[in-house]
Structure formats: structure tokens, C-alpha cells
Write a protein that binds this ligand. Structure first.
Ligand SMILES: [Fe+2]
Ligand SMILES: [Fe+2]
Length: 317
């Protein structure tokens, strides 16, 4: 179906997009051990997360070994945070799939496949996180439990959860394509983890958009307004996790280098890690051009301005 025909008949347009997602999901299907890991291990002589995400190049007083360790700690948290958010994403897509059980069977299949892929990603990230933990010193801490976070997120309106999910899946793609893929110096297995993840996320974001539009069309103006409040609260909750995790990771790093840092250097490390996490999980998503277009199309100017006001302290920190 061409774009003009899809506009005249949105339901048929949606059906075609669900069908295409199923086709592409089947074509890209991969297994953790057979296709991705292939018996390989992580290369601890290299960085895991690139400077474009970790912002470690801003800490000019770090030695190469220290910078590599901080990149690996941030890489571990990157795997942990994705595993964490995928707990609620997978559950939400199961709920969305239920709405299609007596309808478009390809929509149902697309959402079941989406949910299943997120379960696979959670296993992948748990395994990567464990592989990193086996080599790095003891004392690393995960500050939030995935089930506690999922229960809290799923209590919010579906509109807000789909908006948050869409934002996450857009920045996942941008991180890999723009910042991870071009960097030759990174650990090859760590890069491949995010390459395989990116393949699935490219389909997920199509479904996020379809589901978000669909839910939006069924809400009253008052429900949309409450959903905007929910989205603001969800982003604040994400930021709360990032503040605690970044402080924990910075302190863990400082404890595990062979020298002590000055008070000013310690403060710089903490600020850098918090800034990196805010960039990774909030700012790179809300500033994604496609997310901006979607959010503008599903909010009033006053609602958009409320969201921007709430984000300003995070973006300008
Ligand atoms: Fe995923
Ligand atoms: Fe996903």
C-alpha cells in the first residue's frame, strides 16, 4: 500500500504496517548463543561504552586505564538499565497484544513477537552483566529492582507508558547507529550485543508508534491531560534512578582505582557520570527529532510546554 492509500484508509495502513513488522521480525530473528555470543568473551583490554555516550573524554585527568575502567562500569550499567526497562516494556506489549486477540492476527503476532524479543533481550543483558561482573571488582550495586520499577510504571496511563517506551526505543537505535557502530576501539562483543539489539528495536519502534497513536485516538481531552502528567512523573522517576545509580557507579569507580582523587576531581567524576546517564536515558531520547514530531502531534502547545518545563532542569544540568 502506498502512502496516499494508507492515509485514505488508516486501518488498512495499520494492518500493512503490522504485517511488515512480522515479516521483518521473522527475517531478522537471531539467537543469543548461536548467532551473537558464539562462545566469545568480552575483551577487557578495550572500552565498552564509547565516549559519545559515557562522556569520559571530559575527564581529562584520567589515565587510559582509569578511563577504560569507567567505560566498562558504565557499560555494565547500560546493560543493567536496558534489562530493567525491558521488564515493563515486555509486560506492556503483552497487554497491548490482548486487545487484538479477536481482531487482526498479524497485529497480535507482531506484539507477541515484540514481547518475546524483549524477554530475550532481558536474558542477554543479564548474561552480559554477569560476564562483566565476573571480571570487575566486587561492590558494584544495582539501585533499582526491575519488578518494582515495572509495577510502578505499569500503574501509569497506557498513553504515558507508550510515550516513554517509544522514546527509549528511538534512542536505543540512535545510540547504536550514531555512536557505537562507528567506534573501532570498542570491545567487539560488546558492540555486537548492541548491534543485534538494534536490529529488533527497529521493528519495535514502529509498533510503539502504532499503539501510541491508537491509544491517543481513544482518549478524552481530560485523559490526555492526565497522561501528560503521568509522563512527566515517569521521567522524574527515571531521573531519580539515574541520580542514585550514577552516584553509586562513580563511588565504585573511585574506590577501585589505585590512587585518590582530589575533592574537585571527585565532584567532576560524579557530575560527569550523572550527565552521561541523563544524556543516555533521557536527553538523547527527548531530543530525537522523530520523538519530537510524535510528541508534538499528540499534545497541545500548553501540554508540550509543561513537559519542556519539567525537563529543563535535567537538560540544563
Ligand atoms: Fe530490547
Ligand atoms: Fe524493544
Amino acid at each position: 500500500m502506498n502512502a496516499a492509500a494508507a492515509l485514505q484508509n488508516p486501518e488498512a495502513g495499520h494492518a500493512a504496517r503490522y504485517a511488515q513488522v512480522v515479516r521483518l521480525s521473522k527475517k531478522a530473528e537471531w539467537q543469543i548463543d548461536r548467532d551473537l555470543l558464539r562462545g566469545r568473551t568480552l575483551d577487557f583490554s578495550r572500552k565498552f561504552l564509547p565516549d559519545g555516550l559515557s562522556r569520559i573524554d571530559r575527564l581529562e585527568f584520567l589515565s587510559a586505564d582509569e578511563a577504560r575502567l569507567l567505560s566498562q562500569i558504565q557499560g555494565r550499567t547500560y546493560a543493567y538499565i536496558f534489562g530493567l526497562v525491558e521488564r515493563f516494556i515486555s509486560a506492556k506489549m503483552l497487554d497491548q497484544g490482548r486487545a487484538h486477540i479477536f481482531g487482526d492476527q498479524l497485529a497480535l503476532e507482531a506484539l507477541v513477537r515484540f514481547s518475546n524479543e524483549e524477554i530475550k533481550h532481558q536474558e542477554l543483558f543479564r548474561r552480559i552483566e554477569t560476564m562483566i561482573g565476573a571480571q570487575l571488582p566486587d561492590g558494584y550495586r544495582q539501585v533499582a529492582d526491575p519488578n518494582d520499577v515495572a509495577r510502578a510504571v505499569l500503574a501509569a496511563s497506557t498513553w504515558s507508558v507508550l510515550a516513554l517506551t517509544c522514546h527509549i526505543e528511538l534512542f536505543v537505535q540512535a545510540h547504536y547507529a550514531e555512536t557505537i557502530a562507528p567506534r573501532e576501539e570498542l570491545c567487539p562483543l560488546f558492540k555486537d550485543v548492541f548491534k543485534y539489539h538494534w536490529k529488533d528495536e527497529s521493528q519495535h519502534v514502529v509498533l510503539d508508534e502504532l499503539e501510541w497513536h491508537d491509544v491517543h485516538a481513544r482518549l478524552s481531552l481530560a485523559e490526555r491531560d492526565r497522561s501528560v502528567n503521568d509522563l512527566i512523573a515517569l521521567v522524574a522517576a527515571v531521573d531519580g534512578i539515574l541520580q542514585t545509580q550514577s552516584a553509586s557507579d562513580a563511588e565504585y569507580f573511585i574506590r577501585n582505582v589505585a590512587r585518590s582523587f582530589s575533592v574537585a576531581e571527585t565532584a567532576q567524576i560524579k557530575t560527569c557520570v550523572l550527565g552521561a546517564y541523563r544524556w543516555q536515558y533521557i536527553i538523547s531520547g527527548v531530543q530525537h527529532p522523530h520523538f519530537g514530531r510524535l510528541l508534538s502531534s499528540m499534545t497541545t502547545p500548553a501540554q508540550l510546554s509543561r513537559i519542556q518545563t519539567a525537563l529543563a532542569p535535567i537538560i540544563n544540568s
